[in-house]
Design a protein around this ligand. Sequence first.
Ligand code: ZN
Length: 220
Amino acid sequence: MTDLDLAGLRTQLVDLHRELVRWGLVAWTAGNVSARVAGQDLMVIKPSGVSYDDLTPESMVVCDLDGNLVDGALSPSSDTAAHAYIYRHMPHVGGVVHTHSSFASAWAARAEPIPCVLTAMADEFGGAIPVGPFALIGGDEIGRGVVETLAGHRSPAVLMKNHGVFTIGPDARAAVKAAVMCEDVARTAHLARSLGEPVPIPQSAVDSLHDRYRNVYGQR
Ligand SMILES: [Zn+2]
């Protein structure tokens, strides 16, 4: 988990919202990143309806884990209740991302899990990317759907039926990476499906790839 303080998280969230734009995951203002403030039962999240170009560290909103405003001149994202529910019920989660990225949301519109047909999916998601229930915005419905779906999966991403993507991570940067990778594999699986039937990877190979990626890959 990140050890950034509140000021550091505010700055990091401005940069991470720019990553959503850079990777083509958002239209207009529809997408948000939040981060848990370590050890404080607080979260930092995007202000509602503010364009990504206009975000500053000071404009970020601090809320408690019930979604109540603690510090900020602007209203928090309309998805705050969902982010807060996830932090309350998943203590290992330090960052949450929500987007309506196109290819992943197309799978969500069909309520179809993205099958594990690429080694990159086995690496990052450890299997298929699951579908969560249809849920209306505002109360705990979306957050509960995310938590109940991800609790039984290795995937850090869930496709909420008829809606879009939620991703989680040990910190906000990891959750953004999962959102970028989710859209990437959603696009490739869509292209594969459009020309034929993608071939699943055997479960034993999925397990081995996922284990290697988590424990061996990258800089140690
Ligand atoms: Zn949404």
